[in-house]
Design a protein around this ligand. Sequence first.
Ligand code: ADP
Ligand code: ASP
Ligand code: MG
Length: 602
Amino acid sequence: MALIVQKFGGTSVGTVERIKAVAERVKKTVAENNSVVVVVSAMGKTTDGLVKLAQEISATPCRREMDMLLATGEQVTIALLSLALQEIDQPAISLTGAQVGIVTEAEHSRARILEIKTDRLNSHLNEGKVVVVAGFQGISSLDNLEITTLGRGGSDTSAVALAVALGASKCEIYTDVPGILTTDPRLVEDAQLMSEITSDEMLELASLGAKVLHPRAVEIARNYGMPLVVLSSWSDAQGTTVVSPTPKPRSLVGLEITKAVDAVEFDLDQAKIALLRVPDKPGVAASLFGEIARQNVDVDLIIQSIHEGNSNDIAFTVVKGMLNQAESVAEAIAPVLRSEKASAPEEAEVVIEKKVAKVAIAGAGMIGRPGIAAKMFQTLANVGVNLEMISTSEVKVSCVIAETDCQKAIAALCEAFEIDCSPVQNAHTGVNEGPPVRGVALDKNQARFAIKNIPDQPGMAAKIFTQLAAQNISIDMIIQSQRCRLVKGVATRDIAFTVAQGDAGAARQVLEDLASVIGFEEILENRAISKVSIVGSGMIGQPGVAARLFAALSEEKINIQMIATSEIKISCVVAEDEGIRALQAVHKAFNLAGSEKIVVPA
Ligand code: ADP
Ligand code: ASP
Ligand code: MG
């Protein structure tokens, strides 16, 4: 007899009829000789409704009381589903997170799961009952029973964690779409179902705006090798399998707080090319990278900082052997990219750095833990290493540094993150197979900050991001300008980054407090942005993917405000009101459209 964990989301249990349909499906799974643990969300939009009620009373409600309030939503559903199962002669019992013993950190509203007690679950399963567990909630300790929640969308994480703790054969996530699609079908009507996706790709998509899975659910599945399937509550179709690499053995204690960093990686075969003062208008990135792709040169990291006046900087890395080709393309294109500022026409300038290295920390445990990147920056600052470029993904932070600093950077990182095995040279965590672009995502919930004139010395990024991390603010894109500006005789650069809009107020406060300490003057904030991203492990070593993305945006006359990449994703910040059009254009450009119409319930 196999044990299966099945999770049903809000829409799937949104009405009494739907709850009855879920009960039938669960009973059918039991009839196929399985034990079943069911995890459910609150009915429909119940959680949103509860949040609204609290906001009518307080603009800044206390997080403990919010958890107390929001946890009630799931409690309604577990009781109703249990009743529905009993009504069709399927023995069942409902349990809250506290009754199961889902022990979490004492962090209200964003608690990570530490451990799940399985005794009570197993004894009910042994009695032949289906156990219906409230998703999204836990308790901070078995003694004080303080109710915690895992963060919005967290029932997926409850389900996968329960599957891992119980040693289930698989975890099935039932939702209101047929599985994981190439993008959100509510925004792009010809989004297409994929039969499988790697956990690395899904981690990126989930954190770049595809809310079909909670990123931490993917992280747990990946860390423990739990088979994970996303499927439709309304049909019997196959859905999408999330494929994870064979995991390293891990303890079930500290389930969601396993080691943050699994490996330190380095790459000496890198050269950096920066184009300074290119015009800030649609089509520039497209023509530069289009020409580079025509030369069959694969670019690794690409960043474009926020514009200054009328111009931008774009920097990218290539393997050293390709430097000459890439350089001649950049040199040829630079004079064409003349700024249109009539008063002071500036010419784009190409700056080459042959002697750079890339060092990176990698591990799925760093997801949603803002302190990890900050710790990397601090570690490098402590040994006097200056950061030239920073690239972040959900499972990796990479920094481009001077080649001569590589050795000491690796030694310091291995020590700081307790990596005793030798670092991995030229490693890629992604698998270089599958389509170059698996899916695209839109995140309209970001705010961008830019800090002007930060002294160009080791330790500046560390100071800023350590303070932000101390407030639990997760940073998404981080981009340093390539251009140095002399302010009162001190070389300075700008740093721009994006955060979730909900964290923008707190981020601004941190920056304002830091301004006098670090000595920068200006903080720019923009909430009217959208981030459009492409994700695919097949883009590694494949020239032309970035060029196609930029061309698609250029054809739509959409200006790219920022660019950041990791090995398996490229993200562009565009104006908020151009986000959906950008997403649709990019989805089309990579031929992701399907012929089957996806029906999305209200
Ligand atoms: P549930 O309540 O079942 O947890 P969610 O609303 O959290 O459901 O997630 C499902 C929704 O995610 C879909 O209705 C869809 O609009 C959205 N979505 C965004 N990106 C994707 C994607 N790439 N694939 C599928 N659904 C997506
Ligand atoms: N009910 C919670 C929410 O709406 C958790 C979930 O549905 O996953 O965020
Ligand atoms: Mg969800």
